[in-house]
Design a protein. Structure first.
Length: 103
């Protein structure tokens, strides 16, 4: 796992989403966001299209960090299958499943 803070200062708060997404995809990383609205913004989803990649986002931005980790861990097998299937696609990571929400 790679954390955005390891690459961009201040947890990438001053970095456009499309930049950190493109950087991660160029490294063959799978992006994870707390903001599902990324999939609705053309400029931000463009790197996912360009790389025919898969992006995941948590469907609840209010989760505690420990709950986020638990949710991702619980959905690990489904996430792996979605990555293997390829993209472009965006998936919501819900408490009981992952769900393709884009395109």
């Amino acid at each position: 796992m790679h954390r955005i803070v390891d690459v961009f200062p201040a947890d990438a708060q001053d970095i456009p989403d499309e930049e950190w997404i493109a950087h991660g995809l160029a490294q063959s990383w799978v992006p994870l966001s707390k903001d599902g609205r990324i999939k609705t913004r053309d400029v931000e989803i463009q790197p996912v299209l360009d790389h025919e990649a898969v992006l995941f986002y948590l469907d609840n931005q209010q989760l505690r960090s420990s709950d986020m980790v638990e949710r991702l861990d619980a959905r690990r097998a489904e996430i792996y299958q979605a990555v293997t299937k390829g993209g472009p696609a965006a998936y919501a990571v819900r408490h009981d499943r992952i769900e393709c929400t884009w395109p």
